[in-house]
Design a protein around this ligand. Structure first.
Ligand code: ADP
Ligand code: MG
Length: 246
């Protein structure tokens, strides 16, 4: 579903991704761990076309984007890739002037040009799925952070993505609201969604991930099934990271 080959990303002189080779299979749940500043967000943003890659290649569900391609060709491929991927950020980014339902169906109306009734039907189904059907006419400011993030997930799902990218989806939440968002993510995983998740929730990572990828300083340091990564990390850098958590 996702592959990168020799992916590099620099901001001016600062090389943030230093040759990332990543493979995520269909229905695989991969949790990306690493210290702050290691390039996790930049990697996710590159996969979704929010950052232009400096060198290397990305393939998302068969769409191949090469850093060497002309800019116009890249722009077209990025649009195609965005249609395949849903992204959920730490900040919920809901439109404050739209109801929850309005937020969820916005993309269906403006990007997919769907008729209102059809879009509303999809929106209601998705809000039901994330446990927010009773809030569909509320404005985001009336929702808790956990509810807002669940609405954000419903909004991403509305575009029917093949892949979901999560960048610290629970980091802005009060501790007691984290569980409800993780539960929605767990359900998505069980339904077979392909997911690449940056999180600091180690219990979730251990339980939900098929594989852990540990990044530091712009490179993948270690990849392993969660039991192995947490119980018997191989690399000194991984060991240090895990020691600092406990
Ligand atoms: P992480 O998500 O692992 O904490 P990031 O991908 O956010 O790491 O950042 C990795 C590095 O890239 C950091 O040093 C950060 O300052 C730098 N960086 C990220 N975005 C930009 C940007 N738009 N311009 C310049 N530097 C950036
Ligand atoms: Mg980040």
């Amino acid at each position: 579903m996702i592959t990168t080959y020799g992916l590099h990303k620099s901001f001016q002189q600062h090389e943030v991704l230093k040759g990332i080779d990543l493979h995520v299979a269909k229905s695989e749940i991969v949790v990306l761990l690493g210290p702050s500043g290691s390039g996790k967000s930049t990697l996710l943003r590159s996969l979704n076309g929010l950052e232009q890659i400096t060198a290397g290649r990305i393939e998302v569900n068969g769409i191949r984007l090469d850093a060497g391609l002309p800019a116009r060709r890249q722009a077209k491929l990025i649009r195609d890739i965005r249609r395949q991927t849903g992204m959920v950020f730490q900040q919920f980014n809901l439109y404050p002037h739209m109801t929850v339902l309005g937020n969820v169906i916005e993309g269906l109306r403006t990007v997919k040009k769907m008729k209102k009734d059809a879009a509303v039907a999809i929106g209601e189904r998705l809000l039901d799925r994330v446990g927010l059907k009773d809030k569909m006419d509320a404005y985001p400011s009336r929702l808790s952070g956990g509810q807002q993030q669940r609405a954000g997930i419903a909004r991403a799902l509305a575009m029917d993505p093949q892949i979901m990218l999560f960048d610290e989806p629970t980091s802005a939440l009060d501790p007691e609201l984290v569980g409800e968002v993780l539960l929605v993510m767990q359900e998505l995983a069980q339904e077979g969604m392909t997911m690449l998740i940056v999180t600091h929730e180690m219990k979730f990572a251990r339980n939900a991930a098929n594989r852990i990828i540990f990044m530091a300083d712009g490179v993948i340091v270690e990849e392993a099934p969660p039991e192995q990564f947490f119980e018997a990390p191989q690399q000194e850098r991984s060991k240090r990271f895990l020691r600092q958590l406990s």
